[in-house]
Design a protein around this ligand. Structure first.
Ligand code: XLS
Ligand code: NI
Ligand code: NI
Length: 434
């Protein structure tokens, strides 16, 4: 045991009336909602990078956090892992997620990176065995090191493509070995800073070829998890190719990978793309590519990815409503891609950030389940489209050509009569549950 969290008790469910600080008021993992335990609905995961690797810097200032595991040796990496697994235990969170660069020191060469990662994977395997914590997903950091400044798969230099492909292989192997349930690709540098030096045709072709190699390798090693692309419109690049769910779907179709790859949708990225979180979730579900969630919240004024812990139950309820409507998570889950504010220096801040977010998610999911059980929303949605059930409407959609439709409309003196969309009534209805 490290002494980092000394004095902080394990956070456990104490009910909504508890006045304690280190408790869940709404997240009772064993509570059954729609026939399933809350823990199995929400499938919470902690992001290694924000909680254990991020030093608290922003564009105007450097490190604010002082952590005993900050440093570039394998001893530091092991201490970081010890503290991370202690935190997973204190919070009772079933999953975690990591990038290679979060967990191992940066070596002098690719081979040294590989050795460092292998050693940490073995260390993780032991900890996972001891604690029962599982891996929701692994991923490669192809954006921090300066070699990736002009992209990874989309780099003008094939040497960087090679380095990236090799790194993805290492990270897929690591994820597979640790029983990871998904593998994520977030293309932080897959985009451009200026069109003046960018060949869009080449870069998208390179991205498509890399993704095809990832899918091929997944099948080659028998990885049963889901490959997930995480859309984001910009930041750090001026423009990121995986802009949003719709863009990713078009890209997948173009390379014939729409049945092989799904999406990991992040709240903050949806907001940056000018969408609501529920829009991205609903669209992914309707396209059959909904996979997983990076849960956080974006500051609505900042224009950048603030990765704050979520705190709005009504917003979260609408998001989980889409998740539940889509049938819930299969291999996916709720990964807190969220970080402390840089003034939140204390160990307890890490615990309370997550605990509060888990309570908010639990409330949101329960509200969403109640809306589904009530059924009025779905009933009203169906009623709105009910006329499409008629045989004439079905034939028109399936086979009538424009001339046939024209003849019918002209002969029957058709006069469409507008119907209320009932938005206010629907919004009032939602308010009863959140
Ligand atoms: C950054 C992304 C990143 C991915 C994993 O904005 O959210 O953290 O989730 O590479
Ligand atoms: Ni993310
Ligand atoms: Ni993000």
């Amino acid at each position: 045991m490290s002494s980092f969290f000394d004095g902080i008790p394990a956070v456990r469910y104490a009910g909504p009336d508890s006045g304690e600080t280190f408790v869940y008021r709404h997240y009772n993992p064993d509570e059954v909602v729609l026939g399933k335990r809350l823990e199995d609905h929400l499938r919470f995961a902690i992001a290694y990078w924000h909680s254990f690797a991020w030093p608290g810097g922003d564009p105007f200032g450097g490190q604010t956090f002082e952590r005993p595991w900050f440093g570039d040796t394998m001893d530091h990496a092991r201490l970081k892992a010890d503290v991370a697994f202690e935190m997973f235990g204190l919070l009772g969170v079933p999953y975690f997620c990591f990038h290679d660069a979060d967990v191992r020191p940066e070596g002098e060469s690719f081979a040294e990176n590989q050795r460092n990662l292998d050693a940490m994977v073995d260390y993780f395997a032991g900890k996972m065995e001891q604690t029962g914590t599982k891996l929701l997903w692994g991923t490669a950091n192809l954006f921090s090191h300066r070699r990736f400044m002009a992209g990874a798969a989309t780099n003008p230099d094939p040497d960087v493509f090679a380095w990236s492909a090799a790194t993805i292989k290492s990270c897929m192997d690591a994820t597979h070995k640790l029983g990871g349930e998904n593998y994520v690709l977030w293309g932080g540098r897959e985009g451009y800073e200026t069109l003046l030096n960018t060949d869009l045709s080449r870069e998208s072709e390179q991205a498509g070829r890399m993704l095809a190699k990832v899918v091929d390798y997944k099948h080659r090693i028998g990885f049963k998890g889901t490959i997930l692309i995480e859309p984001k419109p910009q930041e750090p690049t001026k423009h990121q190719y995986d802009y949003d769910v719709a863009t990713v779907y078009g890209f997948l179709k173009r390379f014939g990978l729409e049945n092989e790859v799904k999406v990991n949708i992040e709240q903050g990225h949806a907001i940056l793309a000018g969408h609501s979180f529920e829009h991205e979730l609903a669209l992914a579900a309707s396209l059959g590519i909904f996979g997983s969630i990076d849960m956080n919240r974006n500051d609505y004024q900042s224009g950048w990815d603030t990765d704050q812990f979520p705190n709005s139950v009504p917003e979260i309820a609408l998001a989980y409503y889409e998740v539940l409507k889509a049938g819930g998570f299969t291999t996916g889950g709720t990964n807190f891609d969220a970080k402390l504010r840089r003034q939140s220096l204390d160990p307890e801040d890490l615990i309370l950030g997550h605990a509060g977010a888990m309570d908010v998610c639990a409330r949101g999911l329960k509200a969403a389940a109640a809306m589904l059980e009530d059924g009025t929303l779905e009933e009203m949605r169906q009623t709105r489209y009910a006329k499409w059930d008629s045989p004439e409407a079905k034939t028109m959609l399936a086979s009538d050509d424009l001339a046939t439709i024209h003849a019918r409309v002209e002969a029957s003196d058709l006069r469409p009569s507008p119907v209320s969309g009932k938005q206010e009534r629907l919004e009032n209805l939602v308010n009863r549950f959140v």
